[in-house]
Design a binder for this molecule. Structure first.
Ligand SMILES: Nc1ncnc2c1ncn2[C@@H]1O[C@H](COP(=O)(O)OP(=O)(O)OP(=O)(O)O)[C@@H](O)[C@H]1O
Length: 405
Protein backbone atom coordinates (compact mmCIF):
# COMPACT_ATOMS: atom_id res chain seq x y z
CA UNK A 1 0.00 0.00 0.00
CA UNK A 2 1.26 3.44 -0.89
CA UNK A 3 0.96 5.73 2.09
CA UNK A 4 -0.75 8.99 1.20
CA UNK A 5 -2.53 11.97 2.73
CA UNK A 6 -4.68 14.01 0.35
CA UNK A 7 -6.71 17.11 1.20
CA UNK A 8 -9.03 18.65 -1.35
CA UNK A 9 -10.50 22.10 -0.66
CA UNK A 10 -10.64 21.47 3.09
CA UNK A 11 -12.20 24.18 5.25
CA UNK A 12 -13.19 24.35 8.89
CA UNK A 13 -15.58 26.82 10.43
CA UNK A 14 -16.06 27.04 14.17
CA UNK A 15 -19.60 28.14 14.96
CA UNK A 16 -19.89 31.74 16.12
CA UNK A 17 -19.90 32.00 19.89
CA UNK A 18 -17.95 28.80 20.33
CA UNK A 19 -15.05 30.66 21.84
CA UNK A 20 -14.41 34.20 22.86
CA UNK A 21 -11.07 34.15 21.06
CA UNK A 22 -12.65 32.80 17.92
CA UNK A 23 -15.24 35.57 17.92
CA UNK A 24 -12.66 38.23 18.61
CA UNK A 25 -10.34 36.98 15.88
CA UNK A 26 -13.27 36.93 13.51
CA UNK A 27 -14.24 40.45 14.39
CA UNK A 28 -10.65 41.53 13.86
CA UNK A 29 -10.31 40.17 10.38
CA UNK A 30 -11.95 36.83 9.78
CA UNK A 31 -12.96 36.17 6.18
CA UNK A 32 -16.49 36.49 4.96
CA UNK A 33 -18.22 33.11 5.12
CA UNK A 34 -17.98 31.12 1.91
CA UNK A 35 -21.08 30.03 0.12
CA UNK A 36 -22.32 26.76 1.61
CA UNK A 37 -20.37 27.19 4.85
CA UNK A 38 -21.95 28.10 8.19
CA UNK A 39 -21.02 31.52 9.56
CA UNK A 40 -18.45 31.64 12.32
CA UNK A 41 -14.67 31.54 12.58
CA UNK A 42 -13.11 30.26 9.37
CA UNK A 43 -10.05 28.56 10.87
CA UNK A 44 -8.95 26.58 7.80
CA UNK A 45 -9.73 27.94 4.37
CA UNK A 46 -9.77 25.74 1.24
CA UNK A 47 -6.59 23.79 1.86
CA UNK A 48 -5.56 21.44 -0.93
CA UNK A 49 -2.49 19.32 -0.28
CA UNK A 50 -1.10 15.90 -1.18
CA UNK A 51 1.58 14.14 0.81
CA UNK A 52 3.30 11.01 -0.45
CA UNK A 53 5.46 8.41 1.23
CA UNK A 54 8.79 9.93 2.31
CA UNK A 55 7.40 13.43 2.66
CA UNK A 56 7.95 15.20 5.96
CA UNK A 57 5.83 18.30 6.07
CA UNK A 58 6.44 21.16 8.46
CA UNK A 59 3.54 23.57 9.06
CA UNK A 60 4.49 27.04 10.24
CA UNK A 61 2.34 30.06 10.96
CA UNK A 62 1.43 32.53 13.63
CA UNK A 63 -0.77 31.73 16.63
CA UNK A 64 -4.29 31.19 15.43
CA UNK A 65 -3.27 30.53 11.82
CA UNK A 66 -5.16 27.22 11.84
CA UNK A 67 -2.28 24.75 12.20
CA UNK A 68 -3.77 22.68 15.02
CA UNK A 69 -7.20 22.71 13.42
CA UNK A 70 -5.70 21.32 10.22
CA UNK A 71 -3.81 18.61 12.11
CA UNK A 72 -6.90 17.62 14.08
CA UNK A 73 -8.80 17.08 10.86
CA UNK A 74 -6.01 14.98 9.34
CA UNK A 75 -5.83 12.96 12.57
CA UNK A 76 -9.59 12.38 12.41
CA UNK A 77 -10.16 14.17 15.72
CA UNK A 78 -12.50 16.65 14.05
CA UNK A 79 -14.32 16.77 10.72
CA UNK A 80 -13.92 19.38 8.00
CA UNK A 81 -16.87 21.72 7.43
CA UNK A 82 -16.31 21.23 3.70
CA UNK A 83 -13.84 19.52 1.41
CA UNK A 84 -12.44 16.02 1.47
CA UNK A 85 -9.61 14.26 3.29
CA UNK A 86 -8.35 10.90 2.01
CA UNK A 87 -5.78 8.91 3.96
CA UNK A 88 -3.97 5.73 3.04
CA UNK A 89 -2.23 4.35 6.11
CA UNK A 90 -2.55 4.36 9.86
CA UNK A 91 -2.36 7.76 11.50
CA UNK A 92 -0.59 8.14 14.83
CA UNK A 93 -0.81 11.55 16.38
CA UNK A 94 0.98 13.27 19.20
CA UNK A 95 -1.10 16.33 19.78
CA UNK A 96 0.23 17.50 23.06
CA UNK A 97 2.76 15.17 24.51
CA UNK A 98 1.75 13.56 27.77
CA UNK A 99 -1.91 14.54 27.62
CA UNK A 100 -3.09 10.99 26.92
CA UNK A 101 -1.22 9.49 29.85
CA UNK A 102 -3.13 8.08 32.80
CA UNK A 103 -1.95 9.87 35.92
CA UNK A 104 -2.75 7.11 38.41
CA UNK A 105 -0.83 4.42 36.50
CA UNK A 106 2.94 4.01 36.50
CA UNK A 107 5.01 4.80 33.44
CA UNK A 108 5.38 1.08 32.72
CA UNK A 109 1.62 0.45 33.03
CA UNK A 110 0.97 3.36 30.69
CA UNK A 111 3.16 1.74 28.04
CA UNK A 112 1.02 -1.42 28.15
CA UNK A 113 -2.24 0.53 28.06
CA UNK A 114 -1.03 2.57 25.09
CA UNK A 115 0.10 -0.61 23.31
CA UNK A 116 -3.39 -2.03 23.77
CA UNK A 117 -4.92 1.16 22.31
CA UNK A 118 -2.58 0.81 19.33
CA UNK A 119 -3.83 -2.77 18.85
CA UNK A 120 -0.73 -4.54 20.21
CA UNK A 121 -0.89 -7.64 22.38
CA UNK A 122 0.89 -7.70 25.74
CA UNK A 123 3.49 -10.06 24.23
CA UNK A 124 4.15 -7.60 21.41
CA UNK A 125 4.60 -4.74 23.87
CA UNK A 126 6.97 -6.97 25.87
CA UNK A 127 9.31 -7.10 22.88
CA UNK A 128 9.78 -3.30 22.80
CA UNK A 129 9.16 -2.18 26.36
CA UNK A 130 12.82 -2.24 27.42
CA UNK A 131 13.76 -0.05 24.44
CA UNK A 132 10.93 2.35 25.24
CA UNK A 133 12.02 2.67 28.86
CA UNK A 134 15.65 3.09 27.92
CA UNK A 135 14.80 5.75 25.33
CA UNK A 136 12.70 7.66 27.86
CA UNK A 137 15.64 7.92 30.31
CA UNK A 138 13.15 7.78 33.19
CA UNK A 139 15.16 5.23 35.22
CA UNK A 140 13.41 4.19 38.41
CA UNK A 141 10.62 6.69 37.80
CA UNK A 142 9.15 4.27 35.28
CA UNK A 143 7.70 2.37 38.30
CA UNK A 144 6.18 5.56 39.81
CA UNK A 145 2.72 6.94 39.04
CA UNK A 146 2.75 9.44 36.19
CA UNK A 147 1.22 12.11 38.48
CA UNK A 148 4.66 12.36 40.13
CA UNK A 149 6.29 13.27 36.77
CA UNK A 150 7.26 16.71 35.58
CA UNK A 151 5.87 17.93 32.24
CA UNK A 152 9.21 17.15 30.62
CA UNK A 153 9.20 13.59 32.00
CA UNK A 154 5.66 13.00 30.73
CA UNK A 155 6.71 14.29 27.33
CA UNK A 156 9.69 11.94 27.26
CA UNK A 157 7.54 8.93 28.14
CA UNK A 158 4.86 9.79 25.61
CA UNK A 159 7.37 10.42 22.86
CA UNK A 160 9.25 7.18 23.58
CA UNK A 161 6.01 5.19 23.45
CA UNK A 162 4.85 6.66 20.21
CA UNK A 163 8.06 6.29 18.29
CA UNK A 164 8.51 2.62 19.13
CA UNK A 165 5.36 1.49 17.45
CA UNK A 166 6.49 2.17 13.89
CA UNK A 167 3.90 4.76 12.95
CA UNK A 168 2.97 4.96 9.28
CA UNK A 169 1.70 8.52 9.26
CA UNK A 170 3.02 10.45 12.23
CA UNK A 171 1.41 13.74 13.21
CA UNK A 172 3.19 15.88 15.75
CA UNK A 173 2.00 19.16 17.21
CA UNK A 174 4.76 21.11 18.94
CA UNK A 175 6.07 17.91 20.52
CA UNK A 176 9.67 18.84 20.14
CA UNK A 177 9.43 22.03 22.12
CA UNK A 178 8.82 19.99 25.27
CA UNK A 179 11.69 18.52 27.22
CA UNK A 180 15.30 19.46 27.55
CA UNK A 181 17.71 20.17 24.73
CA UNK A 182 19.39 16.76 24.86
CA UNK A 183 16.12 14.88 24.69
CA UNK A 184 14.83 17.15 21.98
CA UNK A 185 17.94 16.34 19.90
CA UNK A 186 17.30 12.63 20.51
CA UNK A 187 13.65 13.02 19.54
CA UNK A 188 14.67 14.77 16.33
CA UNK A 189 17.09 11.96 15.50
CA UNK A 190 14.36 9.39 16.20
CA UNK A 191 11.93 11.12 13.87
CA UNK A 192 14.59 11.20 11.19
CA UNK A 193 15.00 7.42 11.65
CA UNK A 194 11.26 6.92 11.18
CA UNK A 195 11.32 9.14 8.14
CA UNK A 196 14.20 7.20 6.67
CA UNK A 197 11.89 4.19 6.58
CA UNK A 198 9.77 6.10 4.10
CA UNK A 199 6.96 7.15 6.39
CA UNK A 200 4.92 10.35 6.29
CA UNK A 201 5.45 12.93 9.02
CA UNK A 202 3.46 16.13 9.59
CA UNK A 203 4.97 18.47 12.13
CA UNK A 204 3.56 21.70 13.50
CA UNK A 205 6.17 23.74 15.27
CA UNK A 206 7.09 27.27 16.22
CA UNK A 207 10.72 26.06 16.22
CA UNK A 208 12.06 26.85 12.77
CA UNK A 209 15.19 24.79 13.39
CA UNK A 210 13.13 21.65 14.15
CA UNK A 211 11.25 22.16 10.90
CA UNK A 212 14.51 22.54 8.98
CA UNK A 213 16.10 19.53 10.71
CA UNK A 214 13.20 17.16 10.29
CA UNK A 215 11.16 18.19 7.27
CA UNK A 216 11.77 18.11 3.55
CA UNK A 217 8.72 20.22 2.73
CA UNK A 218 7.06 23.13 4.49
CA UNK A 219 3.86 25.12 4.21
CA UNK A 220 3.20 28.55 5.66
CA UNK A 221 -0.36 28.89 6.92
CA UNK A 222 -1.82 32.36 7.28
CA UNK A 223 -5.44 33.01 8.28
CA UNK A 224 -6.22 29.38 7.47
CA UNK A 225 -4.76 29.51 3.96
CA UNK A 226 -1.61 28.00 2.54
CA UNK A 227 0.32 31.06 1.41
CA UNK A 228 3.58 29.26 0.67
CA UNK A 229 4.61 25.67 -0.09
CA UNK A 230 8.26 24.82 -0.66
CA UNK A 231 11.50 23.68 0.95
CA UNK A 232 11.84 24.24 4.70
CA UNK A 233 14.82 26.57 4.15
CA UNK A 234 12.93 28.90 1.84
CA UNK A 235 9.56 28.86 3.61
CA UNK A 236 10.88 29.28 7.17
CA UNK A 237 13.10 32.14 6.01
CA UNK A 238 10.20 33.91 4.34
CA UNK A 239 8.04 33.32 7.41
CA UNK A 240 10.65 34.68 9.84
CA UNK A 241 11.20 37.77 7.71
CA UNK A 242 7.52 38.51 7.48
CA UNK A 243 6.86 37.96 11.18
CA UNK A 244 9.90 39.98 12.14
CA UNK A 245 8.80 42.87 9.98
CA UNK A 246 5.33 42.85 11.53
CA UNK A 247 6.69 42.51 15.08
CA UNK A 248 9.21 45.28 14.67
CA UNK A 249 6.62 47.66 13.30
CA UNK A 250 4.20 46.82 16.13
CA UNK A 251 6.87 47.15 18.80
CA UNK A 252 8.14 50.46 17.49
CA UNK A 253 4.62 51.82 17.23
CA UNK A 254 4.04 50.82 20.83
CA UNK A 255 7.23 52.46 22.00
CA UNK A 256 6.83 55.58 19.93
CA UNK A 257 3.59 56.29 21.76
CA UNK A 258 5.58 56.46 25.00
CA UNK A 259 8.30 58.80 23.80
CA UNK A 260 8.28 62.51 24.62
CA UNK A 261 7.51 64.83 27.51
CA UNK A 262 4.06 65.14 29.00
CA UNK A 263 2.82 67.14 31.95
CA UNK A 264 -0.47 66.10 33.54
CA UNK A 265 -0.46 68.54 36.46
CA UNK A 266 0.45 72.18 36.08
CA UNK A 267 3.76 73.17 37.65
CA UNK A 268 5.35 69.71 37.15
CA UNK A 269 7.69 69.51 34.15
CA UNK A 270 10.59 67.36 33.01
CA UNK A 271 13.08 68.34 30.32
CA UNK A 272 14.25 65.62 27.94
CA UNK A 273 16.82 63.66 29.97
CA UNK A 274 20.45 63.80 28.90
CA UNK A 275 22.77 60.81 28.98
CA UNK A 276 26.48 61.47 29.40
CA UNK A 277 29.37 59.09 29.15
CA UNK A 278 32.25 59.18 31.64
CA UNK A 279 34.09 61.79 29.53
CA UNK A 280 31.11 64.15 29.69
CA UNK A 281 29.98 63.69 26.09
CA UNK A 282 26.31 63.58 25.25
CA UNK A 283 25.33 60.05 24.28
CA UNK A 284 21.59 60.34 24.38
CA UNK A 285 21.03 58.13 21.35
CA UNK A 286 23.74 55.49 21.33
CA UNK A 287 25.67 54.31 24.34
CA UNK A 288 28.49 51.84 24.36
CA UNK A 289 27.93 48.84 26.64
CA UNK A 290 30.03 48.47 29.79
CA UNK A 291 30.97 52.18 29.89
CA UNK A 292 30.18 54.67 32.63
CA UNK A 293 26.88 56.41 32.03
CA UNK A 294 25.40 59.45 33.74
CA UNK A 295 21.71 60.29 33.42
CA UNK A 296 20.93 63.94 34.05
CA UNK A 297 17.34 64.98 34.61
CA UNK A 298 16.16 68.56 34.94
CA UNK A 299 12.68 69.93 35.44
CA UNK A 300 10.37 71.89 37.63
CA UNK A 301 8.10 71.21 40.61
CA UNK A 302 5.76 73.67 42.38
CA UNK A 303 7.66 75.63 45.00
CA UNK A 304 5.22 74.59 47.71
CA UNK A 305 5.96 70.86 47.35
CA UNK A 306 9.06 69.56 49.06
CA UNK A 307 7.82 65.96 48.97
CA UNK A 308 7.87 65.39 45.20
CA UNK A 309 9.56 62.25 43.97
CA UNK A 310 11.42 61.70 40.71
CA UNK A 311 11.30 58.08 39.55
CA UNK A 312 13.77 56.83 36.96
CA UNK A 313 13.19 53.56 35.13
CA UNK A 314 14.92 51.66 32.37
CA UNK A 315 12.72 49.30 30.39
CA UNK A 316 13.89 46.96 27.64
CA UNK A 317 12.01 47.03 24.37
CA UNK A 318 10.00 43.93 25.28
CA UNK A 319 8.73 45.73 28.42
CA UNK A 320 11.10 44.04 30.83
CA UNK A 321 11.76 46.43 33.73
CA UNK A 322 15.50 46.46 34.38
CA UNK A 323 16.03 49.39 36.70
CA UNK A 324 13.91 51.59 38.94
CA UNK A 325 14.85 54.10 41.60
CA UNK A 326 13.05 56.97 43.34
CA UNK A 327 14.79 60.26 44.17
CA UNK A 328 13.64 63.00 46.50
CA UNK A 329 13.54 66.12 44.34
CA UNK A 330 13.57 68.39 47.41
CA UNK A 331 17.01 67.23 48.41
CA UNK A 332 18.34 68.25 45.00
CA UNK A 333 16.26 71.42 44.76
CA UNK A 334 17.91 74.37 43.09
CA UNK A 335 15.39 77.04 44.04
CA UNK A 336 12.63 78.55 41.90
CA UNK A 337 10.94 75.13 41.79
CA UNK A 338 13.65 73.74 39.54
CA UNK A 339 15.08 70.35 40.39
CA UNK A 340 17.92 68.24 39.09
CA UNK A 341 18.67 64.56 39.55
CA UNK A 342 21.81 62.75 38.47
CA UNK A 343 22.33 59.07 38.36
CA UNK A 344 25.54 57.27 37.51
CA UNK A 345 26.05 53.73 36.30
CA UNK A 346 29.67 52.73 36.53
CA UNK A 347 29.65 50.72 34.40
CA UNK A 348 26.28 50.55 32.65
CA UNK A 349 25.00 46.99 33.24
CA UNK A 350 22.92 46.66 30.06
CA UNK A 351 23.44 44.25 27.18
CA UNK A 352 23.29 45.52 23.59
CA UNK A 353 19.63 46.19 22.74
CA UNK A 354 17.08 49.01 22.51
CA UNK A 355 15.82 50.50 25.78
CA UNK A 356 13.51 53.20 27.01
CA UNK A 357 14.38 55.61 29.80
CA UNK A 358 11.32 56.77 31.73
CA UNK A 359 11.41 59.68 34.13
CA UNK A 360 8.29 60.36 36.19
CA UNK A 361 7.46 63.14 38.63
CA UNK A 362 5.09 62.29 41.46
CA UNK A 363 3.78 64.86 43.89
CA UNK A 364 4.59 62.65 46.88
CA UNK A 365 6.23 59.24 47.58
CA UNK A 366 4.73 56.97 44.94
CA UNK A 367 1.60 55.11 45.96
CA UNK A 368 -0.09 54.54 42.64
CA UNK A 369 0.99 54.67 39.03
CA UNK A 370 -0.24 58.08 37.96
CA UNK A 371 2.46 60.67 37.58
CA UNK A 372 2.26 64.46 37.40
CA UNK A 373 4.76 64.56 34.53
CA UNK A 374 6.52 61.98 32.40
CA UNK A 375 9.44 62.09 30.01
CA UNK A 376 10.62 59.13 27.97
CA UNK A 377 13.42 58.58 25.50
CA UNK A 378 14.59 55.60 23.50
CA UNK A 379 18.26 54.71 23.39
CA UNK A 380 20.44 51.99 22.05
CA UNK A 381 23.20 50.20 23.86
CA UNK A 382 25.76 48.88 21.39
CA UNK A 383 28.89 46.87 21.67
CA UNK A 384 31.97 47.12 19.50
CA UNK A 385 32.45 43.37 19.88
CA UNK A 386 28.98 41.83 19.60
CA UNK A 387 28.65 38.23 20.75
CA UNK A 388 28.59 35.51 18.10
CA UNK A 389 25.19 34.71 16.66
CA UNK A 390 24.09 38.17 15.63
CA UNK A 391 21.73 40.59 17.28
CA UNK A 392 18.67 39.30 19.13
CA UNK A 393 15.97 40.39 16.72
CA UNK A 394 13.30 41.20 19.28
CA UNK A 395 15.46 43.85 20.87
CA UNK A 396 16.37 45.53 17.59
CA UNK A 397 13.33 47.09 16.03
CA UNK A 398 15.35 49.75 14.22
CA UNK A 399 18.91 50.31 13.15
CA UNK A 400 20.89 52.87 15.07
CA UNK A 401 19.27 56.24 14.69
CA UNK A 402 16.23 56.06 16.94
CA UNK A 403 16.25 59.40 18.63
CA UNK A 404 14.57 60.63 21.76
CA UNK A 405 11.75 63.04 21.19
N1 LIG B 1 -12.94 25.08 19.41
C1 LIG B 1 -12.85 26.26 18.84
N2 LIG B 1 -13.92 27.08 18.78
C2 LIG B 1 -13.86 28.28 18.18
N3 LIG B 1 -12.77 28.77 17.60
C3 LIG B 1 -11.66 28.01 17.63
C4 LIG B 1 -11.64 26.73 18.25
N4 LIG B 1 -10.40 26.19 18.11
C5 LIG B 1 -9.66 27.12 17.45
N5 LIG B 1 -10.43 28.20 17.16
C6 LIG B 1 -10.02 29.38 16.41
O1 LIG B 1 -9.59 28.96 15.14
C7 LIG B 1 -8.41 29.65 14.74
C8 LIG B 1 -7.30 28.67 14.45
O2 LIG B 1 -6.91 28.04 15.67
P1 LIG B 1 -5.75 26.97 15.72
O3 LIG B 1 -5.66 26.49 17.14
O4 LIG B 1 -5.98 25.94 14.69
O5 LIG B 1 -4.48 27.84 15.34
P2 LIG B 1 -2.94 27.45 15.49
O6 LIG B 1 -2.28 27.94 14.25
O7 LIG B 1 -2.78 26.02 15.83
O8 LIG B 1 -2.49 28.37 16.69
P3 LIG B 1 -1.33 28.11 17.79
O9 LIG B 1 -0.03 28.31 17.10
O10 LIG B 1 -1.61 29.20 18.78
O11 LIG B 1 -1.55 26.75 18.36
C9 LIG B 1 -8.13 30.63 15.85
O12 LIG B 1 -8.68 31.87 15.49
C10 LIG B 1 -8.83 30.06 17.05
O13 LIG B 1 -9.24 31.09 17.94
Amino acid sequence: MNLCVALEGVSKVYPAGNSATGDLMNAMGGHAPQAGLPSGKLAVDQVTLTLKEGERLGIVGRNGAGKSTLLHMIAGISDPSSGEIRINGKVTSIMTLGVGLRDDLTGRENIYVDGEIQGKSRAEVDTVIDQVIEFSELGKFIEYPVRTYSTGMKARLAFSMITHIDPEILIIDEALSVGDATFSAKATARILEICAKGKIVILVSHGMQSVRDICNRCIYLKDGRVVMDGTPEVVTKAYINEVRGEDEAALMARFAAHVGNRSAVSGYEIDTPVMLSGDGHDHSVRIEAVQTLKVRVRGAIPLANSEAICRIRIVRLDDLLLFQQDFETGAFGEGDGAFGVELEFAPLPLAPAIYRLDVELHDRPVTGTSACAVSSAIFEVYSLSPPAGGKPMLYYPVRAGASPA
